[in-house]
Design a protein around this ligand. Structure first.
Ligand code: ADP
Ligand code: MG
Length: 291
C-alpha cells in the first residue's frame, strides 16, 4: 500500500485571493520537500499562472475537445520547484455546467491512478466557491478532499460565500463528505477586519488558520508572473505563506461548521455596521460594544 495522499480544497468568492494564496501555499509546501499538485478548478483557468511564469496551460476540457481520448500526461505541467500544475477548465461561454471540468478531470485522474503514480504527498484543489453546486461541490460531496479551507476577507460578500460553503459542508458531512479545516483570512489590513472575521469564525464554530495581510509585495510578484515565495522569498509576506503551509501540512482535525441562516447573517452584519458607525462617531471606543 502506498502512503496516504493529503487532499485539500480551497474555496472562496471569486477574486478573493484563492489562486494567489493557493499558489504561494503550494510553493511553500514544495520548499518543505512535499510533492505537490495544484489543481485549478475555476473556469477562469488561471490558478497555476504564477507557478509558471505567468503562462497559461491548456485545460483538461480544452484538450478533451481536441482529442477524444486524453493521456493525463498531456494535461499535467511542470511548475515552480517541480509542482504539478493542472487546470480543469470551463465550458464554452454560455454552454453547459461550469463545474463540468472538475468532474471530468477528477474522473480521468482517478481511472488512471495518476496521483499514486506520481507519488504525490499533497493535492490542492483551487475551487470557485460562490455557489456550491454541481461540479464545484464535487470535492466536498464525494469526500475527495480530506480538508476544506475557505479564503475570506472581512467583506460581507466574502463572508456570505464562506457561510454558503459551510452550509454545503454541513449538508454532506453526514454522508461521508469533506470536513472544514478553517478560514484563511486574506487581505487583512482595513480597520477591524481581524475582529470581524474572528467573530464570524467563532459564531460558525471554526478557526482562523492564518491572517494574510494585503501586501504590495503580492502585487509586484503577480506582475512578474510569480508567487511571492519565488519573487520575494525573504519578504515578510513570504514568511506568512510559509507559516500557513506549516499549519496546513500539520493539520489533521477538521470539523463540521455551524453556518448561520441568511437572516442571522444579515443581522450579524447589521450589528457590525452599527458598531463601526458608532466607533467612527466616537460614541464607543472598541468595536462590538454597544452604547
Ligand atoms: P481568486 O483566485 O479568488 O479569483 P486571485 O488569487 O486571482 O483571486 O486574486 C485576485 C487579485 O487579488 C489578484 O490580482 C491578486 O494579486 C490580489 N491579491 C490576492 N491576495 C492579495 C494580498 N494578500 N495582497 C495583495 N493582493 C492580493
Ligand atoms: Mg483564481
Amino acid at each position: 500500500m502506498g502512503k496516504k495522499i493529503k487532499q485539500i480544497a480551497i474555496y472562496g468568492k471569486g477574486g478573493i485571493g484563492k489562486s494567489t494564496t493557493t499558489s504561494n501555499l503550494s510553493a511553500a509546501l514544495s520548499e518543505m520537500g512535499y510533492k505537490v499538485m495544484q489543481f485549478g478548478c475555476d473556469p477562469k483557468s488561471d490558478s497555476t499562472n504564477t507557478l509558471r511564469g505567468g503562462r497559461y496551460i491548456p485545460t483538461v476540457l480544452d484538450t478533451l475537445r481536441e482529442k477524444s481520448s486524453v493521456n493525463p500526461r498531456d494535461v499535467i505541467f511542470d511548475g515552480f520547484n517541480g509542482i504539478y500544475c493542472v487546470e480543469a477548465g470551463g465550458p464554452a461561454p454560455g454552454v453547459g455546467c461550469a463545474g463540468r471540468g472538475i468532474i471530468t478531470a477528477v474522473e480521468l485522474f482517478k481511472q488512471q491512478r495518476v496521483f499514486e503514480e506520481l507519488d504525490l504527498d499533497i493535492v490542492i484543489y483551487d475551487v470557485l466557491g460562490d455557489v456550491v453546486c454541481g461540479g464545484f461541490a464535487m470535492p466536498i460531496r464525494e469526500g475527495i478532499a480530506d480538508h476544506v479551507f475557505t479564503v475570506s476577507s472581512s467583506d460581507f460578500m466574502s463572508v456570505y460565500a464562506s457561510n454558503n460553503l459551510f452550509k454545503g459542508i454541513a449538508k454532506y458531512s453526514r454522508s461521508g463528505g469533506a470536513l472544514l479545516g478553517g478560514v484563511i483570512a486574506n487581505s487583512m489590513g482595513t480597520p477591524y477586519s481581524r475582529e470581524i472575521i474572528d467573530d464570524f469564525a467563532a459564531l460558525t464554530k471554526t478557526r482562523i488558520m492564518e491572517y494574510i495581510p494585503r501586501s504590495i509585495t503580492v502585487t509586484q510578484s503577480e506582475l512578474q508572473g510569480k508567487t511571492t515565495i519565488e519573487a520575494a522569498p525573504t519578504s515578510a509576506q513570504a514568511g506568512v505563506y510559509r507559516s500557513l503551509a506549516g499549519k496546513i501540512a500539520a493539520h489533521t482535525e477538521s470539523g463540521t461548521p455551524a453556518p448561520l441562516e441568511t437572516t442571522e447573517l444579515r443581522e450579524w452584519a447589521g450589528k457590525w455596521g452599527d458598531s463601526l458607525l458608532a466607533l467612527e462617531q466616537g460614541k464607543i471606543t472598541s468595536p462590538g460594544l454597544t452604547i
